[in-house]
Design a protein around this ligand. Structure first.
Ligand code: ADP
Ligand code: MG
Length: 392
């Protein structure tokens, strides 16, 4: 890989400016989920252990280039200090002086980058101002890497730069899953709509051996094959696109797996009366809300023979039981195979992570990406500006 890690840098006595993602959820001034802060700990400790001074920079919310007091990172600073167990000082404007005054193992946190319009504009002048604070630039915010901003893109050219621990871990996991994966590779793509994941499907068809399509997306594919999907969530106007994807898959030898049986109901609510039928037998007044047991059995067979799995999107309306059954079963099968050392499994996406947690499967996956948009763009095969910038 072209990018460097902390191990390639001489950090002793250096001022190290680290782009992190600490865009944590807050309620009434209290951080309700520390995960993102926990995940930058290794980078901070490793830089300090190597004798470097840590300056953190991050965004919070969407202030759109203006100072919005409620989005100041000053509110997050105490949580960072608590979680990392190091003193954290906050600098709202006089960055240079604040850097000069840094003592001992103190970490300096800069104000919300997005208060400055130069950040999202990838403005060279703003990047230069940030670069002037440091000797070395580290990007540890994979989740912000799909944006070409001053702190993720422009700055990387101005100082020796490398990936932080979290970024390196994420890139390593993704590379193992789609870059040079062990085959056969299976992708699960589910969720609500094909229209939001067209690029993703297009890219995966050319890369994976088996593509399992589930959730509302599967309905669009079933309908495109002439099946009446009743009142199901379905994008009928994408029938041609769905057929093109099926055609491309045939040409490149990718097996597309659609539901072989479906769970249908008349109401979109928990414990709604439901039945399991063949796809061709969807009643005109019903909705397809999950894949059935025959589909799950086949998915388990495919996973058992696979070496690598990438997953985005639930197989059904997992928020309402019992329509979480297929998602749970497939997730648990993947978790078990991973635990047994037979499968490399990588998953990402807001609802996907929630679904895998709900199935109690996430903890056994090889890697769960919390990067949202960046993970999806990576699955789509797009170059991420924040990663490209590190490639020098
Ligand atoms: P992610 O956030 O992981 O990228 P998506 O947002 O694409 O996933 O999809 C998740 C949503 O898709 C969930 O809210 C789920 O209820 C919905 N969904 C899945 N299958 C169906 C279905 N058959 N009918 C309606 N909604 C569905
Ligand atoms: Mg979602």
């Amino acid at each position: 890989m072209a990018w460097k890690t902390l191990d390639d840098m001489d950090l002793k006595g250096k001022r190290v400016l680290v782009r992190v993602d600490i865009n944590v959820p807050m309620e009434n001034g209290v951080v309700t989920d520390m995960t993102r802060i926990e995940r930058i700990a290794d980078t901070v400790y490793d830089i300090q252990d190597a004798g470097g001074k840590v300056i953190l920079m991050a965004h919070y919310g969407r202030p759109k280039g203006k100072v919005v007091e409620s989005m100041s990172l000053i509110h997050i600073a105490p949580a960072v200090a608590d979680e990392l167990g190091v003193p954290v000082t906050f600098a709202d404007s006089d960055y240079r002086d604040a850097v000069k005054e840094m003592q001992g193992d103190e970490v300096l946190l800069l104000e919300n980058l997005r208060f400055n319009p130069g950040e999202e504009a990838n403005d060279p002048a703003f990047a230069k101002r940030l670069a002037s604070l440091c000797d070395i630039y580290v990007n540890d915010a994979f989740s912000a890497a799909h944006r070409a901003h001053a702190s993720t893109a422009a700055i990387a050219k101005l100082r020796p730069s490398c990936a932080g621990r979290l970024m390196a871990e994420e890139l390593g996991a993704l590379e193992a899953a789609l870059g040079s994966p062990k085959r056969p590779v299976v992708a699960v793509v589910g969720g609500a709509k094909v229209s939001t994941k067209l690029d993703l499907l297009g890219n995966l068809v050319g890369k994976v051996d088996h593509l399992i399509i589930g959730g509302g997306m599967a309905n669009t594919f079933l309908a495109a094959q002439g099946i009446n999907v009743g009142k199901s969530l379905c994008e009928h106007d994408l029938a041609d696109t769905a057929r093109e994807i099926l055609e491309k898959a045939k040409i490149v030898g990718c097996e597309i797996i659609l539901p072989r049986d479906i769970v249908v109901a008349r109401d979109f609510k928990a414990d709604a009366d439901n039945e399991t039928v063949a796809p061709e037998a969807c009643p005109a007044d019903a909705m397809i809300l999950d894949a059935g047991p025959a589909t799950v059995a086949y998915i388990e067979e495919v996973l058992t023979n696979a070496k690598t799995l990438v997953w985005n999107g639930p197989l059904g309306a997992f928020e309402i039981a019992p329509f979480d059954a297929a998602t749970n079963a497939a997730a648990q099968a993947a978790a078990k195979l991973t635990k047994a050392g037979k499968l490399i499994s990588v998953a990402g996406g807001g609802d996907t992570v929630a679904a895998l947690n709900q199935a109690d499967a996430a903890k056994d996956f090889t890697y769960i990406s919390t990067a949202g948009g960046a993970f999806l763009e990576w699955m789509e095969g797009k170059e991420l500006p924040g990663v490209a910038a590190l490639n020098g």
